[in-house]
Design a protein around this ligand. Structure first.
Ligand SMILES: Nc1ncnc2c1ncn2[C@@H]1O[C@H](COP(=O)(O)OP(=O)(O)OP(=O)(O)O)[C@@H](O)[C@H]1O
Length: 378
């Protein structure tokens, strides 16, 4: 359990945040200047709050009313920054072991080093020096170094920010493994909706130093007010759960099933019967009043408008319920008015493309499936 209630003034900026979560991968999301780094520094103990309380897994690190302020070095929190900050004169192995040595957690058998190096796919790099590593490799070593100090919480401050898109994609599967296999809770700072949607189970949304929302990522991604295009939320869109039903080798297509119905898309490299988490970006969802015929898009779902977002910009977010599945669509305000879209109106949602996360799901999926056995796409 992570409990953070803090207030801090930095010049004209005021941070005032209050959240409590038992999430295992908590994303701290907000646009530039919203206070993410200020908050992570307070949790790490690099700065002290004017007032507040920080409790991690039952241990009080800060409580200003009781005069408790555990120093940073005694908090047992791992830290990964935007740039890896590796020691250039030490090999990868020495960098990794430094974390364990610093925390007094050296495992003489080397088993822990081997496990972490394998988890992060850096076992073949142990004798190299940082100047011969790619940006993504450096970050994986930095994560490994933090893990080897056996922290009770890992704080990651935009660890992908300094990487190009190709390197970001390359490191993603390792972050997923970290989330699923390392057994250490993570607070992950990001201003990328795509990263947050793919990685986190819990989301804390900050705006101008205040907390706008805290809750399960899947729930918050369905809200039309949190990621408007006007604030640069270009990757916004609902995250849904689906199961790989079958592959069609003739057309190189994969069929998936979710509550909304059947999805067809270019062949996915995931075995039949496996569950996936898909993000449907709002900008990739079109809305039609009539059932579209003779069109190339393969994924058309019958739904009902549940919410219409703020009508004060050029684009508007719409929440559409498709047989219990939520899709978010982003339309121009002109289209919303022309199609006379309002809450309760029946529509068809047309999905152009989907991004995937290979997360293996828990038991929730079985329930979804049983209750919607008859659901099918239009
Ligand atoms: N020491 C300081 N003195 C005065 N203002 C500060 C100080 N440190 C940060 N700020 C201000 O506090 C606000 C929040 O900064 P912070 O770095 O926490 O934002 P952020 O959400 O992490 O942004 P980014 O995504 O750009 O890193 C900004 O307006 C910043 O200018």
């Amino acid at each position: 359990m992570i409990e953070v209630v803090v207030a801090q003034n930095l010049g004209a900026f005021a941070l005032d945040v209050d959240f409590k979560t038992d999430g295992r991968f908590v994303a701290l999301f907000g646009h530039s200047g919203s206070g993410k780094t200020t908050l992570i520094n307070l949790i790490a103990g690099l700065t002290r709050p004017a007032r507040g309380r920080i409790v991690i897994d039952g241990e009080t690190l800060v409580d200003t009313t009781r005069g408790i302020l555990v120093p940073a070095c005694k908090r047992r929190l791992g830290m990964v920054f935007q740039e890896g900050r590796l020691f250039p004169h030490l090999s990868v192995k020495q960098n990794l072991l430094y974390g364990a040595w610093f925390a007094g957690a050296v495992d003489k058998s080397g088993a822990e080093l081997a496990r972490v190096a394998n988890l992060l796919g850096i076992d073949h790099l142990l004798t190299r020096y940082p100047n011969r590593l790619s940006g993504g490799e450096k970050q994986r070593v930095a994560i490994g170094r933090a893990l080897l100090a056996s922290p009770k919480l890992l704080l990651m401050d935009e660890p992908l920010a300094s990487l190009d898109d190709a390197r970001k994609l390359e490191i993603m599967p390792y972050l997923e493994r970290l989330r699923d296999e390392a057994g250490i809770p993570v607070i992950y700072v990001s201003h990328s909706v795509g990263e947050v949607a793919r990685l986190s189970d819990t989301l804390v949304v900050l705006s101008a130093g205040k907390m706008r929302a805290c809750g399960p990522t899947l729930d918050l991604m369905r809200r039309v007010d949190l990621f408007p295009a006007a604030e640069g939320g270009d990757d916004a869109g609902a995250v849904i759960l689906a199961r790989v039903e079958k592959h069609d080798p003739d057309y190189d297509l994969t069929t998936l099933v979710s509550r909304a119905g059947e999805w067809r898309m270019p062949r996915l490299d995931v075995a039949e019967g496996k569950d996936v988490r898909m993000q449907i970006k709002a900008r990739d969802v079109m809305i039609s009043r009539e059932k579209p015929d003779n069109m190339s898009a393969l994924n058309v779902f019958r739904g009902v408008v549940e919410e219409v977002g703020a009508m004060d910009g050029a684009s508007v977010e719409l929440r559409v319920d498709c047989k219990g599945e939520t899709l978010i669509a982003r339309l121009t305000r002109f289209s919303v008015e022309r199609l006379q879209l309002a809450v309760g109106e029946p529509v068809f949602a047309i999905v152009k493309s989907v991004s995937f996360d290979r997360r293996t799901l828990g038991s929730g999926w079985q329930d979804l499936r049983a209750s919607d056995a008859s659901a099918g796409a239009e």
